[in-house]
Design a protein around this ligand. Structure first.
Ligand code: PEP
Ligand code: MG
Length: 296
C-alpha cells in the first residue's frame, strides 16, 4: 500500500473528469518541512506560527522570526506558503505573555483578539512576515475572525507596518492576506469578508467546536460530537459559495479536510484547496484521482 502511494508522487491532484484541487500540508514546526517535501505537498496551507512563541520563555524577536519564515519560504522554492499569524490563548498558553486567567478561554482573548489588543506583538510578527515575503511565495492568514471591523483594524496595523518598513529602507513585500473561517459569525458574513481577503481557509476544528458548542478539548463530550455534522457541512458550503461569488479561492485547513469520506463532498462543493498533515497528502491524492464528480 505504501508503494502504491509512492507512485502518486509527482502526479496531479485531478479528478477523472478533470477537476483540479490543491493539496497542501499543515505544519506546526519548521522541523516538519522535510515531511512536506517528501510527501510531495503542493505548498503549505497552514503554518501554525505559535510554536515560535511556545517553545521558549521570551518573545521571539523580529529577526528570529524573519530567519525562520524566510527559510520556510526559500525551502518551498516558489510553492505557496501560508503562515497563520499568532493563535495563542485558549488551549495554547505561554506564561511570559502574562495573560489573565479566563473562565472560558476558548471564547476568550485568543488569536487575532490578542494581536489587536497587544499590537506590539502583532507588529513584530507582521514586520518579520513582510520582510520574509520578499524571498518567496508567502501569504498570511488571520485566525478567529468574527467581523469586518477586525479586518479593518488589521489593515490599519498593516498600513503602519508598511510605512515603518519603508522608512527603515529594508526590503519587504505585503503578502496576499487571507481569513480563517472558523467561527459561525465569519461563515454568516462570509459574503462581506470575501471583499476583505484574497482567500478563505476554513478551520473546521474550531468551526465544529463553536457550531456544535462542544469543547474540542473535552473527551467526555465525544458521544455528542458529530464528525460529519450537517450544520458544519452547510457552513462549509455557504463559505465556498460566498467566496466564489467574490472570486476568491476557498480551502479547508482543519482536520475535516483530511477525512477521506468527505473528499468527494468537498470536490462537489467546489472547495479549491485542502491542507492536511503531511502524511495525509498522498492518500488524499489517491482518492481525488479516483473520483468522477459527474457521478456524484
Ligand atoms: C482549526 O481550527 O480548524 C485550525 C486549523 O486551527 P487550529 O486547529 O490550530 O485551531
Ligand atoms: Mg483554529
Amino acid at each position: 500500500k505504501k508503494r502504491l502511494l509512492q507512485t502518486l508522487k509527482g502526479k496531479e491532484n485531478v479528478t477523472l473528469d478533470g477537476k483540479r484541487i490543491q493539496v497542501y500540508a499543515n505544519i506546526g514546526n519548521s522541523r516538519d518541512l522535510a515531511l512536506v517535501l517528501s510527501n510531495d505537498a503542493g505548498g503549505i496551507g497552514l503554518f501554525r506560527s505559535e510554536f515560535l512563541y511556545l517553545e521558549r520563555d521570551t518573545f521571539p524577536t523580529e529577526e528570529e522570526q524573519f530567519v525562520i519564515y524566510k527559510q520556510v519560504a526559500e525551502t518551498m522554492a516558489g510553492k505557496k506558503v501560508i503562515i497563520r499569524t499568532l493563535d495563542i490563548g485558549a488551549d495554547k498558553q505561554a506564561d511570559y505573555f502574562g495573560l489573565a486567567h479566563e473562565e472560558n478561554p476558548a471564547m476568550g482573548l485568543r488569536a487575532i483578539r490578542l494581536c489587536l489588543t497587544r499590537p506590539e506583538i502583532f507588529k513584530t510578527q507582521l514586520r518579520a512576515l513582510f520582510r520574509a515575503a520578499a524571498f518567496g511565495n508567502l501569504s498570511v492568514m488571520y485566525p478567529m475572525i468574527t467581523s469586518v471591523a477586525e479586518m479593518r483594524k488589521i489593515q490599519a496595523v498593516v498600513q503602519q507596518v508598511t510605512e515603518e518598513l519603508t522608512a527603515d529602507g529594508v526590503p519587504f513585500m505585503v503578502p496576499e492576506q487571507g481569513i480563517m473561517i472558523e467561527t459561525p459569525a465569519a461563515v454568516m458574513i462570509s459574503d462581506l469578508l470575501a471583499k476583505e481577503a484574497a482567500f478563505f481557509s476554513i478551520g473546521t476544528n474550531d468551526l465544529s467546536q463553536y457550531t456544535m458548542a462542544i469543547d474540542r478539548q473535552n473527551p467526555s463530550l465525544d458521544d455528542f460530537f458529530e464528525p460529519h455534522s450537517e450544520a458544519v457541512l452547510r457552513m462549509i458550503q455557504m463559505t465556498v459559495e460566498n467566496g466564489h461569488k467574490e472570486g476568491i479561492w476557498v480551502g479547508i485547513c482543519g482536520e475535516l479536510g483530511a477525512d477521506l469520506d468527505l473528499t468527494q463532498t468537498f470536490l462537489k462543493m467546489g472547495v479549491d484547496e485542502l491542507s492536511v498533515s503531511p502524511g495525509r497528502v498522498l492518500p488524499l491524492r489517491q482518492v481525488i484521482r479516483q473520483t468522477d464528480t459527474r457521478k456524484l
